[in-house]
Design a protein around this ligand. Structure first.
Ligand code: MOS
Length: 748
């Protein structure tokens, strides 16, 4: 029977108590390690790969509706200003313009308006115009003829000096860090600035909205269709059922596309005003400037250790450039939980500046924290004259030190062993011998921690038809990770059908099968157990119907590879011989995600080892090879999983070596908000990536034992590269990325 239970929901380190609907029938045993699985654990290509690669996939930016208008946004030309004049009526007179909204609306939506006359950050939206063509909308923007008082931007350095914070600084203290550090045999201190890192999804933020009476359909490039649905419903005073959000294909989000976004709110308001569908797609430049970013930080880490290498004390002071606000990311988490240490102080100072509020970017906070803490660990290893990997092994911890709870599973030591073997760690010092090409080489390691356990609520349904073809319905928005392929695999495995006989559909709130935001590495661990449960119900019904047809007890039947067999081997028939009696009926099952077990913390772990080559003449650093070994429980699709690792490592290479959103201190405007000057790694910059997984199911997670892996692979990459740079050169840069200018300065 379905019933309600209280459970805990975790998103990027924030915990929340929720009531969830669970069903005892969904309570399947995790497949044992020796289970002879046919689909799960085998590499599978994405069913939608040809659509994506061939250009047939319809992304939000591709949606074109009859009568659709095009919207353009007037944005703050400086980080802080006041609008002193704006001519909305002139814009309304421009031929082709059909709707104009200014700072005062007119809005029908409730809540804080998304337009302002006193922008506090670079690129904030002031007004918006919808017109028959993009050109007419641009002409409408010109006709607004805004006048401004330009104010001085709020900078990062003086923000810290003036203690201008977005909220109270945070301090977490465990034990007595002052005494522990004072009494330590060895102490090191490392200060490093980490860059502002822009998500840069290939598809910019985009929405197309159409009203049908008092109902609306919104195509949105979003990581969270159901959050977007709730937000639109609340803003426009509708029940969620009257709002349908479609996100069929999404060209990446990386944390920067949660919820409806300003775009969908403005498109909905304009569409209501004009009585026509409205499309609002950000330009690449707009997206780079206002789409969001991982915050710049300046961190000082002090480590104290005993002679034997065990950590005595840790202190972290992290200054975070919040921009206009946003939640404080868990920059302190690595200091608090990566290694065993009883005496820790972690301080976070959230400085307000004139950039947009920082928002999530793949493992927000933890990536920044690991990037500096792990450099300090290498300095400590040097001070102790100890192997850096050995120091990490020595300070391994089996429980979450904040809550005192044991981890549901942790196979980090196996990650260290495997990564060391794959990287040739034992021989790393041979890299420092003179090289024929004159480059300096080195190798560095770093440890990964993140959450990623997922949890309820999540629902799915499976429908089997007379042709023994199964349809899996979920509320997943596949942001480019291949999660829908994983859903298909899990259903095929549980149903005992070949993968090709299962299709999967997501990307639409219409069927009302809730799945969480594609964030916090939670899609696989939250949704796949629900998919498996739904498929399990269909399988049990199928075998019961087979028992009717074959005149044998259902308990004596199994289904596998599309065949129903009796356990004694006497019967062996195609599933279709049973399902074809269904005619136009179908076998349906729905599944829910059960709660996580009490008394555990669910985290993911890993180790990466990077090898770099540094040209001491030009200052160019090349990541030559990155070995990435992670423990994320059971791997559903090894091909999808390794491609996630590769994506995370590549973004980590960008973070370490190239990417930084640079702000003009006079205007407060980002100066490199384009792809030609905000330098992402290209294929020429991509190292050889060697990926592997421990791949053992987490016995404490319901039904599947899989954790998420969207975020883990980016966490340790930059730290491993910075450590490899220090190993190669004997120097440590005071800030990242390791651009040629900074490298030459550091080497001098
Ligand atoms: Mo969050 S960076 O959307 O996983």
């Amino acid at each position: 029977m379905p019933h309600f239970v209280k459970s805990q929901r975790e998103m990027e380190g924030r915990f929340e108590d929720v009531w969830v609907l669970v069903d005892d029938e969904d309570d399947l045993e995790t497949w044992p390690e020796d289970a002879d699985l046919q689909v799960v654990g085998q590499p599978a290509t994405r069913h939608d790969g040809p659509l994506r690669a061939g250009g047939a996939a319809r992304f939000t930016v591709d949606v074109s509706l009859p009568g659709m208008l095009h919207a353009r946004v007037l944005r703050a030309p400086a980080a802080r200003c006041k609008v002193t004049a704006i001519d909305l009526d002139a814009a309304r007179q421009v031929p082709g313009v059909r709707a104009v909204l200014g700072p005062d609306g007119p809005f029908t939506m409730g809540g804080d308006p998304p337009l302002t006359a006193e922008p506090a950050w670079a690129g904030a939206p002031i007004a918006v115009v919808a017109a028959e063509t993009p050109e007419a909308a641009e002409a409408g923007l010109v006709a607004l003829a805004p006048e401004w008082d330009i104010l001085a931007p709020l900078g990062f350095d003086e923000g810290l000096a003036e203690q201008r914070f977005t909220e109270e600084p945070r301090e977490v203290v465990r034990g007595d860090p002052d005494a522990a550090l004072a009494g330590a045999d060895v102490r090191v201190e490392v200060t490093c600035e980490t860059p502002a890192h822009v998500q840069t999804p290939l598809e910019p933020h985009a929405a197309v909205v159409r009203w049908e009476g008092d109902a609306l359909t919104a195509w949105i490039s979003t990581q969270g269709m159901f959050d977007a649905r709730r937000e639109l419903a609340e803003r426009f005073g509708l029940v969620p059922e009257r709002v349908r959000v479609v996100s069929e294909f999404i060209g990446g989000g990386f944390g920067g596309k949660q919820g409806a976004g300003v775009e969908a709110l403005l498109a909905a308001e304009l569409a209501r005003a004009a009585g026509r569908p409205v499309r609002l797609v950000l330009s690449r430049h707009e997206d780079q400037v206002v789409g969001g970013r991982r915050a710049r930080t300046r961190q000082t880490v002090t480590l104290g250790a005993r002679r034997d290498g065990t950590l005595a004390g840790i202190e972290l002071a992290a200054v975070v450039e919040m921009g206009a606000g946003g939640w404080i990311f868990p920059v302190a988490e690595p200091a608090l939980s990566l290694y065993a240490c009883d005496d820790v102080r972690a301080m976070t100072f959230p400085v307000r500046t004139s950039l947009r509020a920082q928002n999530a970017f793949r493992a927000p906070g933890v990536t920044e924290g690991v990037t500096v803490l792990e450099q300090a660990m290498d300095e400590l290893a040097a001070a102790l004259d100890m192997d850096p990997l050995e120091l990490r092994r020595l300070n391994h911890v089996e429980r979450d030190q904040g809550s005192g709870l044991p981890y549901s599973s942790k196979r980090l030591l196996a990650c260290y062993d495997r990564a060391a073997e794959l990287a040739g760690w034992e021989d790393r010092d041979s890299l420092r011998e003179p090289q024929p090409d004159g480059l300096l080489r080195g190798m560095g390691c770093a440890t990964q921690i993140w959450w990623g356990g997922g949890g309820p609520p999540a629902h799915a349904s499976v429908r089997l038809d007379a042709d023994a073809r199964a349809l899996v319905l979920t509320g997943i928005q596949d942001i480019g990770t291949g999660t829908l392929t994983s859903a298909r695999m899990v259903a095929a495995e549980e149903l005992g059908l070949p993968l090709e006989h299962v299709v999967v559909r997501g990307g639409d709130t219409g069927p009302n099968l809730y799945a969480p935001v594609s964030g916090g590495s939670m899609t696989t661990p939250a949704v796949m157990p629900a998919v498996r449960s739904a498929a399990g119900k269909v399988r049990r019904t199928l075998l019961s119907l087979a028992a009717d047809v074959l005149e044998i007890s259902a308990d004596d039947l199994t289904v596998r590879d599309g065949r129903i067999r009796s356990r004694d081997g006497a019967l062996d028939v195609d599933v279709v011989e049973v399902t074809d009696k269904l005619g136009n009926a179908t076998i349906d099952g729905t599944g829910t995600r059960g709660p996580n077990p009490d008394g555990f913390r669910v985290n993911t772990f890993g180790c990466q080892i990077a090898q770099v080559a540094v040209d001491p003449g030009t200052g160019v650093v090349r990541a030559e090879r990155v070995v990435a070994v992670h423990d994320v429980g059971r791997i559903v699709n090894p091909l999808g999983a390794s491609s996630q690792l590769e994506g995370g490592v590549i973004q980590g290479v960008g973070y370490a070596l190239f990417e930084d959103l640079v702000v003009d201190p006079t205007s407060g405007m980002p100066v490199n908000g384009h792809l030609d000057d905000y330098k992402l790694p290209t294929i020429a910059d991509v190292p050889e990536i060697v990926s592997d997984f421990v791949n053992v199911a987490d016995e404490n997670l319901p039904n599947l034992g899989a954790k998420g892996l969207g975020e883990p692979p980016i966490v340790p990459t930059a730290a491993a590269i910075a450590n490899a740079f220090a190993h190669a050169t004997g120097h440590r840069a005071a800030s990242l990325p390791l651009t040629p200018a900074r490298v030459l300065e550091t080497l001098a």
